[in-house]
Write a protein that binds this ligand. Structure first.
Ligand SMILES: Cc1ncc(COP(=O)(O)O)c(C=O)c1O
Length: 396
């Protein structure tokens, strides 16, 4: 047999999947590892999807999506960006991951560099690798509230740099960037004539301050990416989108032709109902995540394990660096010794080595018990500093 692709084989395996595989073989594990909402999709969205399916929305659609969802998304961002967004600027995709991957493939040549956050969502590395481009990490440091340092990003820009990816609110840190930071990122991209790919999938999940869309400051340069997965508890429906100029939308459509043809038709109808319909469920879920954030904070902050308080998304980075144990071993040991499944920090990049990520998308009681077990683990392994916590982002 001819050998398999070296590129495909070199793509990193997610440290999260490793933990899940181990956890599945054990009983009584508290699972704080998954990055998806713990709620069901609101009923009115499911009803709209069923109706659409009965009425025949079950066929291929245009590559960039059906007119209904494209105009619903355009209206949503007309309000958010404070300018007229047209349906021609909207690319509807099979989840935000598909929007990001299509865009990377549409803008990057082989060997181009794309700047990504460290810690950051691991999928950026693989999608950039698949486009035969090079991911270059810029640090988001805990001592800086996990906010980007513009000088540190600039120091990594070379003639091969094509784009900067930012993620606000952030997975895994929960940081929400203040307006000044968002502006500086857009300015930096402008200064070096780079694309700014702004991953804003957690835009509706903010507990402190407000989410500032980067596209407000440069509609040409900023490619905004989001979707229904996180805001509406719709991860399995697979609908995301990108907002950019119509030429790039058309180019991405060609890439979609090779990858998925189009996003799933019935899911597009569901997403349209989500975007156009009542937004109460979004707020209810946001409040639940905030309550859980507070719960985690009550347990972890006083013992110094939460150096930064998440201001958005649904994750908390727990700092176990005091134990001097590598993240992957920490996750394995927590599973074996405490029956708690968490994501290893190092899967998000080097900066989070020695840390773990806890997901807030878990029932309150399990989350509290899981955190108490993490504290006993930290105590046993000498990882209990008594540092003071600061709120992530919006600090000054
Ligand atoms: C930062 C970030 N971006 C994008 C996505 C992709 O979301 P989806 O493809 O479900 O829309 C995720 C999912 O976990 C994420 O955490």
């Amino acid at each position: 047999m001819k050998p398999r692709s070296t590129l495909a084989q070199s793509l990193p395996r997610s440290g999260i999947r490793e933990v899940m595989d181990l956890a599945r073989q054990m009983d009584d594990v508290i699972v704080l590892v998954v990055g998806e909402p713990s709620f069901n999709t609101p009923g009115h969205i499911i009803d709209a999807a069923a109706k659409a399916a009965h009425e025949g929305t079950t066929k291929y659609t245009p590559n960039a999506g059906l007119p209904g969802i494209r105009s619903a998304v355009a209206e949503r961002y007309t309000r958010k960006f404070g300018r007229q967004v047209t349906p021609g600027e909207v690319l509807v995709t099979a989840g935000a991951v598909n929007a990001l991957a299509a865009i990377v493939a549409a803008i990057a040549e082989e060997g181009d560099e794309i700047l990504i956050p460290d810690p950051g969502w691991p999928n950026y590395v693989s999608m950039i690798g698949l486009a035969r481009s090079i991911p270059v990490r810029y640090p988001l440091r805990p001592e800086n509230g996990y906010l980007p340092d513009i000088a540190e990003i600039e120091a990594r820009i070379t003639p091969r740099t094509k784009a900067i990816i930012t993620n606000n609110p952030s997975n895994p840190t929960g940081a929400v960037f203040p307006e000044a930071t968002v502006r500086s990122l857009v300015d930096l991209a402008g200064k070096h004539d780079l694309w700014l790919i702004s991953d804003e999938v957690y835009e509706d999940l903010v507990f402190e301050g407000e989410h500032v869309p980067a596209a407000r400051f440069d509609p040409e340069r900023v490619i905004s990416v989001s979707g229904v997965s996180k805001s509406y508890a719709m991860t399995g429906w697979r609908i995301g989108w990108a907002i950019t100029n119509p030429d790039l939308v058309a180019l991405c459509g060609k890439i979609q032709e090779a990858l998925v043809s189009c996003p799933p038709a019935v899911s597009q109808a569901a997403a349209e109902a989500a975007v156009r319909g009542p937004q109460d469920a979004v707020e209810e879920m946001r409040v639940a995540y905030e309550r859980r954030r507070d719960l985690v904070r009550e347990i972890l902050e006083p013992v110094g394990l939460l150096p930064t308080i998440p201001a958005g998304a649904f994750y908390a980075m727990v700092d176990l660096r005091g134990a001097g144990i590598a993240s992957r071993d920490l996750s394995r040991m927590l599973l074996e010794e405490e029956r708690v499944a968490v994501a290893p920090g190092s899967t998000f990049g080097d900066v989070a080595e020695g840390m773990i990520r806890v997901s807030l998308a878990t029932a309150d009681d399990d989350l509290a018990e899981g955190c108490r077990r993490i504290v006993s683990f930290a105590d046993r392994h000498g990882a209990l500093p008594m540092a003071q916590a600061v709120t992530v982002g919006n600090r000054a």
